[in-house]
Design a protein around this ligand. Structure first.
Ligand SMILES: [Fe+2]
Length: 276
């Protein structure tokens, strides 16, 4: 990581309590001059939006490395004429459902950095974020107690069935091999002392609970987390860059035509804390 001069960034928090516009010069981002403050702002605001910084793919990677260790760095598109990797293009269709990245690993990514290369039309293809800290906070005391030790099974198959309810045997096998079920706690007790709900479209079962009863609870809580009062929507312009705290927000793309050529560049930062 590069050194941080400690200079203060100009920030404009959104009214929703999630999301913050940050004014920064490209050279300062690439030099890591605000890295410490950016990590702190990220945890405080969940989503940081840097308008018109115009980082290209290489620069986005340089910037990402000022914030931590890079876990992945690639293009994201569900349009097969743009994304030559047909399998990844197909998987990308599931990003219109609420999720967090890394449900299948013990330590999910800390943050995701994204910038658009080709936009979809209008507000289709905007990205929405749901504040999982606020959603937890707003639960009644009885729910907080009842949910505290629940454990949730997640799988890639659950995510993909939402976009392709009747897969072929070969697809099913591929999904199961690529993302076998993994258990995560429902409530993430962060090292910071804050708690957040950890759910999303990959959740399919509550351990120790009847399957249907568990499904109903998952549906109820996913609806709870993503109600408008907890949601922040970002409408993209070319040149923008957004970072979100993957450990405290769910995200999704507002549905767009799969053949719209929408193309994003996405870089993730390694996590350092297992949910628990
Ligand atoms: Fe994602």
């Amino acid at each position: 990581m590069t050194s941080d001069t400690g200079d203060t960034l100009q920030v404009r928090p959104s009214a929703a309590g999630l999301g913050c516009h940050v004014m920064a010069a490209k050279a300062d981002l690439l030099g890591g001059h605000h890295a410490t403050q950016i990590r702190r702002l990220l945890v405080a605001h969940g989503v940081l939006c840097f308008p018109a910084v115009a980082l290209d793919d290489d620069e986005q990677l340089i910037f990402a490395r000022t914030l931590g260790e890079v876990a992945s760095d690639w293009d994201v598109s569900s349009d097969r004429t743009v994304n030559r990797n047909e399998r990844l293009a197909e998987y990308q269709k599931s990003s219109v459902n609420w999720h967090f990245d890394g449900f299948g690993v013990d330590v999910p990514e800390f943050a995701t950095i994204m910038s658009p290369r080709i936009l979809a039309n209008g507000s289709a293809g905007a990205t929405e974020f749901a504040n999982c800290y606020a959603a937890y906070q707003a639960l009644c005391a009885a729910d907080k107690e009842a949910f505290d030790s629940l454990r949730i099974r997640h799988s890639f198959e659950t995510t993909m069935r939402l976009v392709k309810p009747q897969p072929s045997e070969a697809e099913l096998e591929e999904w199961r091999k690529g993302g076998p079920p993994h258990t995560q706690p429902l409530v993430w007790h962060h090292d910071s002392g804050q708690n957040s709900l950890l759910l999303g479209a990959s959740a399919f079962r509550v351990e120790g609970m009847d399957l249907e009863e568990g499904r109903a609870l998952i549906a109820r809580l996913n609806a709870w987390i993503t109600q408008p009062r907890f949601v922040y929507r970002y409408e993209w312009e070319i040149g923008d860059l957004v970072i979100w705290d993957n450990t405290g927000v769910l995200h999704r793309a507002v549905p767009y035509a799969p053949d719209s050529k929408r193309l994003m560049h996405r870089t993730t930062i390694l996590g350092h804390e297992a949910p628990g």
